[in-house]
Write a protein that binds this ligand. Structure first.
Ligand code: MN
Length: 194
């Protein structure tokens, strides 16, 4: 199948001031697009030519995995941001977060710390295990928790390209801004579908 860059549910300037239009022009318009283009070129003539994205993440390796997982991860990240995001989750997800981490504030602190301490490029994930129990995972480079048998619920990109134009070396400042944009409605729906 031909993989495509998803349309975003917001304009590129609408996440300002938390994430600038300039960052989205590069991060979405150049980086995300490049992973899509590379993936489509790499799968030609291979066993993954007709595979869906999740199958590629599960079973491929090397360049096909790296680009396929980066397409998956960026789509998962961008689709859960909103100009009207922030605040706290409600319902079953809120209860599960409190049960697992003690409070929403404690979860936020642990997730933020995972992002700040991930060495090099990668992603921080809130995932559910096979018993629907929540946990936070750090994955390097294009890493995706599907390969560990987990179901992803929320992700935060901590590659430098996600924040360098806005906050330069200050990854913690980007992480602080990220919380202003999380669309909990999307995250709640992902959790409810488990
Ligand atoms: Mn990225």
């Amino acid at each position: 199948m031909i993989h495509e860059l998803p349309e975003l549910p917001y304009a590129l300037n609408e996440l300002e001031p938390s994430i600038s239009q300039k960052t989205l022009e590069f991060h979405y318009g150049k980086h995300h697009q490049a992973y899509v283009t590379n993936l489509n070129n790499l799968i030609k003539g291979t066993a993954f030519e007709k595979a869906g994205l999740e199958e590629i993440v599960r079973h491929s390796e090397g360049g096909i995995f790296n680009n396929g997982a980066q397409v998956y991860n960026h789509t998962f990240y961008f689709m859960a941001l909103s100009p009207n995001g922030g605040g706290e989750p409600k319902g079953a997800l809120a209860n599960a977060i409190t049960e697992t981490f003690g409070s929403f504030a404690a979860f936020k602190e642990e997730f933020s710390k995972a992002g700040a301490t991930l060495f090099g490029s990668g992603w921080v994930w809130l995932v559910a295990d096979s018993h629907n129990k929540l946990r936070i995972m750090k994955k390097n480079n294009a890493g995706n928790p599907i390969t560990d048998g987990m179901t992803p619920i929320l992700t935060m990109d901590v590659w430098e390209h996600a924040y360098y134009l806005d906050t330069q070396n200050a990854r913690p400042k980007y992480i602080e801004n990220f919380w202003n944009l999380v669309n909990w409605k999307v995250i709640e729906e992902r959790y409810d579908e488990l």
